[in-house]
Design a protein around this ligand. Structure first.
Ligand SMILES: C[S@@+](CC[C@H](N)C(=O)[O-])C[C@H]1O[C@@H](n2cnc3c(N)ncnc32)[C@H](O)[C@@H]1O
Length: 386
């Protein structure tokens, strides 16, 4: 049985100190103790359930991987020589030397990265640390600035001594030819990991790829997904929004097979590389997965009646048209269970109202607090057909 590990006991601890509190837009709940934040988040979700006449069978559970210092990737903006997040007037970037959201390894990388003097007025910067502490940066600048960066040479040479670098919307990788910098196609590296019980499994992707924000909190998510899938042994599962396979692999362990549906080509290349690089004893998992690439808001051909369960982790907009084929089936043709994970509970409850009309009841609800000190939270729910 998969176990939730490394949970933090929720105590009436002191508030997390932050010297940017009065000006930064990043964290909204710094004035609350962590136990107050837990209650606020549970109340918020309960109110959303009530607003849609939803009656979960069990009370909302809450797990935390920590009250701060969780993030292993950050997205900061550069404005003149300031690097950070928007201040409260939403006009200027607040220069953030330290941030209580960052894991110790990411804070260390930020401190090192901040020594660079950027010759550009603005841009977007993602910093990442991988499971082995690898450092990465995605520089998303205007084309004219990318050209200037390649020509300037020194910044890139110094950066590449300490980190892997990706550039621009197309996530190209700079390389030195001996006389100049050129850009080559995106590369897949191990920037994230998923969990099969206590065993970490490498996930290949780009620095710019979607991943959950925290390696530590992700372990709690994977344990829950595995636990719930395991309670429906050998089921045939249809997954919406597999991305790089973070939930797919824990699901594959217990499911008969998984059909993974995903729109993003680069994420699927990552998933394929992760499957190809599975350790020998896990190779049989590859035989249980089928990957479908497409826009599954538009591609309404999937026959839900051939699945025992659905696993959905949609973007903020929710499932929308993906649910239409399910509504078109008769009650007994519909899959027995529905596992839904969302960081945007407002669209999730819209989808739950539709699932409720299809005969599903909310059995379990778990908040995994990936975003402590902020108003955001991740929800995992298990629904079952009556
Ligand atoms: C919240 S992410 C979840 C990714 C993955 N489950 C994870 O834990 O890393 C949502 C995923 O849904 C995908 N997605 C968004 N719209 C989609 C669509 N219309 N059809 C298929 N996939 C879509 C995104 O590309 C993204 O990978």
């Amino acid at each position: 049985m998969a176990k939730l590990t490394e949970k933090t006991e929720i105590t009436l601890g002191p508030k997390v100190p932050c010297s940017y509190k009065e000006n930064c837009t990043g964290c909204q709940y710094l004035d609350f103790t962590y136990s107050e934040q837990v209650q606020i988040k549970k109340d918020h979700l309960n109110k959303l359930f009530i607003s849609k006449n939803l009656s979960p069978l069990e009370p909302i559970e809450f797990v935390s991987a920590g009250e701060a210092f969780l993030r292993d990737r950050l997205d900061f903006s550069l404005q003149d020589s300031r690097l950070g997040l928007y201040d409260k007037d939403r006009k200027n970037i607040l220069d953030l030397e330290v941030c209580a959201q960052l894991s110790p390894a990411l804070q260390e990388w930020l401190t090192e990265f901040r020594k660079i003097r950027w010759p550009f007025a603005k841009g977007s910067i993602r910093l990442r640390v991988g499971p082995e502490g690898q450092k990465g940066v995605w520089l998303d600048f205007a084309n004219v600035d990318i050209k200037a960066l390649l020509e300037e040479q020194n910044i890139l040479k110094e950066l590449q001594k300490v980190a892997f670098v990706e550039i621009g919307q197309r996530r190209k990788v700079p390389f030195w030819t001996g006389t100049e910098f050129k850009l080559r196609d995106p590369q897949l590296n191990v920037w994230f990991q998923t969990w099969l019980g206590e065993r970490a499994v490498d996930l290949y992707c780009q620095i710019a790829s979607f991943t959950q924000p925290s390696l530590k909190a992700n372990k709690l998510i994977c344990a829950t997904i595995a636990d719930w899938v395991q309670s429906f042994p050998r089921s045939r599962v249809l997954e919406f929004g597999s991305g790089i396979g973070n939930l797919t692999l824990p699901t594959l362990c217990y499911a008969e097979n998984v059909v993974a549906c995903e729109i993003d080509e680069l994420s699927l290349q990552g998933l394929q590389k992760s499957l190809d690089n599975l350790p020998g004893d896990l190779q049989p998992l590859k035989n249980k997965i089928t990957i479908h690439r497409g826009d599954f808001q538009k591609k309404l051909t999937q026959d839900f009646s051939s699945f025992d369960g659905i696993l959905a982790n949609p973007p903020r907009s929710g499932l929308m048209n993906f649910l239409t084929p399910l509504e078109d089936l008769s009650a007994e043709q519909r899959p027995q269970f529905f596992i839904y994970m969302s960081c945007f509970p407002e669209s999730m409850v819209e989808d739950f109202a539709r699932l409720s009309a299809c005969g599903y009841t909310i059995q379990k609800t778990l908040i995994v607090d990936q975003f402590p000190q902020t108003a955001h939270y991740e929800v995992l729910s298990l629904l079952q057909r009556k």
